[in-house]
Design a protein around this ligand. Sequence first.
Ligand code: ZN
Ligand code: ZN
Length: 624
Amino acid sequence: MRRFSALLSPTRKARSPLDSDHPLLSLIDACKSTAQIKQAQAHLIVTGLFLHSFPASKLMVRLLALPITSALPYAQQLFDQIPSPNLFLYNTLIKAHAPTSHSSHVSFLLFRSMLRSAGLCPNRYTLVFVFHSCCYGLGVSEGEQVRCHAVKRGFETSVFVANVLIRMYGNHGFIDDARRVFDLSLERDSFSWNSMVSGYIGVGDLERAEKLFDEMPERDVVSWSTMIAGYVQVMETFCQMQLVGEMPNEFTLVSVLAACANLVALEQGRWIHVYIEKARIKMNEQLLSGLIDMYAKCGEIALAFKVFRDKNNLRRIVWPWNAMISGFAMHGQSKEAINLFEEMKIANVLPDKITFVALLNACSHGRLVDAGWLYFKSMSSVYGIVPGLEHYGCMVDLLGRAGLLNKAEDIVHSMPMPPDMVIWGALLGACRIHRDVERGERIGKYIRDLEPSHMGCHVLLANMYSQSGRFDDAKVIRERIETSSTKKTPGCSSIELNGMFHQFLVGDRTHPQTKQIYSFLDEMTIKLKNAGYVPETKEVLLDLDEEDKETALSRHSERLAIAFGLINTAPGTPIRIVKNLRVCWDCHQVTKFISKVYGREIIVRDHMRFHHFKDGCCSCNDFW
Ligand code: ZN
Ligand code: ZN
C-alpha cells in the first residue's frame, strides 16, 4: 500500500471529498486489513473528510467487505462517530446486521433510529434489508411493522420486497400469509417461486410444494435442489420415527413413497414396501397408488404392474389406474396404457382429468394420432370432462411429434384459453424435431414478445438454427441469452448411492471425486468411439471448433452422474439418474453405447419421461 502522507502534500491540487477519483478514496479500496482501515480513518479525520458521508461510507463498505469477524462491531463504532449518517450509511449497516441471527435485532433498532432521530425516509433497499433481518433473528410481528412502511410508500408490490416477505413468512411457518403475498405480487421471478416452494417444504407440506414446483414457468437449479432437499427431509424424518419406535401412519408412508419416487431411490422404496407388508399396515387405494408410482418412477414398470395386479380388491376407484396408466405412458408403453384404459372402462371405473393426461401422453409417445384424437374428443362427449390446458398441451405435443405441425398450430390458435409457455414450447420443440425452421422462427418471435425472459424457448430456437446451419442467427440469439439477466437453466442430474444423493451440474468440478470422474470420462469416450460412437455436435450452441464442441457435450450433467455411478457401483448394477432438462441427442447416443460397452442398464428420467437403456437400445426408440 502506498503511504497516505505522500498524497497529502500541499503541492497536490485540492480536491472535493465527493470527487470519486480522490486519491484517498482509491486507497480505501485497496485496504486489506483492519490496521490499514484504521490508518485510512486517521487520515480521513485529519483531513476533515470523515465528516462527509461519501468518504465515510466508502470506508465502511470496505471494512465490511473484509473477511474478518471483528468487521461488524468496528463498523458499528465507525457509524456511531459519524455526525449525521445518510441513508446509504444506514442501509449499509442495516444490511450488515440483518443476516446474523445474534445481531439482527440491531438492524431493526437502526431502522427505528433512522426514522425517529435522523428523520430519513427509508427506500426500497432499506425495507428489503430490514425484512431480511426478520427472516432470521427477528419475527413476523417486527416484520409486519416494517410492512406498514412498505405499504405506505408503495413498495409492497416491488418484486424484491414481495420476495423477502414471502421468505419471511415462510421461514416462520406462516405459510398462508406467504402464499397471500405470492398470489398478490404483480411480478414474480425464480426467487419468488423458490421461496414459496421452500416455505412449503419447511412446514412439511410436500404436496403443495410439488404442485407449485410443477406449475413453475422455469425451474432453475435452486428449485431443483429445494425439491430434492424436501424429499430427503421426508426420508430423514421417517428414519427418525423408526429410531424412536414411532409407528408411521399411511399419510407418512405416502409422502415417503413420493420422496423415493422423485429421488429415484429404489432400494428405500422397496424397503418401504416390505415394511408395509411386515407391519401389516392396511393397504388402501392411496398407498397402492404411491407404490405403483414409486416403482414406475424408479424405472421398474414390471414391478409396478405386478403390485397393481396383486391388489384386485383395490381397483374400484380411479387412483391406482391413473398411477398405472401414467407409469406406462412415462415408459413409452403406449399400447399397454391404452389396454389398461379399456380394461378400466369394462370395470366401470370412471376416468378423471388425470387419466386423460396420462392417456394422451401415452398416445403422444407412441405416435398414435388417431387414438389420441378419439380419446380427446371422448372427454367431453362421453365423460363430460372439459379439456384443460394440460390436455390441449398433450394434443399439441402429440400432433407436433407426429409431424402434423399445421394441425398442432391450429389447436393452439383455437384453444378456449390462452396458451401457456409449455404449449408454445411443445410446438417449438416439434418444429425443431421436424426441422421446420420457418415456422419455428415465427413461433419463436411470438414467444419472445410474450415472455422475453423465457430462456428455454430461446435455447430451443438457437439449437434449431445451428442444426440447420444458420450459425449467424444462432449466434445472435446466443448473445441475447448471455446478456440477459435471467440465465439459461443449467442441466443438473442426480444419482443416489448408499442413501446419499449426489448432484452434478453441467461441467461441475465441485464433487470430491471430480478428478476420477473426468479421467474416467476421457477413457470412456475412447472406448465408445472404438465401439462406433460418433459425437453429434449440431445441437451445441457455442460456436466452438469441433473438438471443443465434443468436450462441451462430454461434460453434460448426466454423463458426470453416469460416470460417478459406473465408478462407484459393482459391475452389472443398474444406474438410475434424474435430470431436470430434456436429454440431448448426443447424450442419448452415448448412453446407448455405455449400456452396451459396460453391460449396464441405465435408467434416465428427464423432465418429460423415461429412457431405459439396455444392450445399446433405449425404450423410447429414439423418439422423445
Ligand atoms: Zn447432453
Ligand atoms: Zn430414450
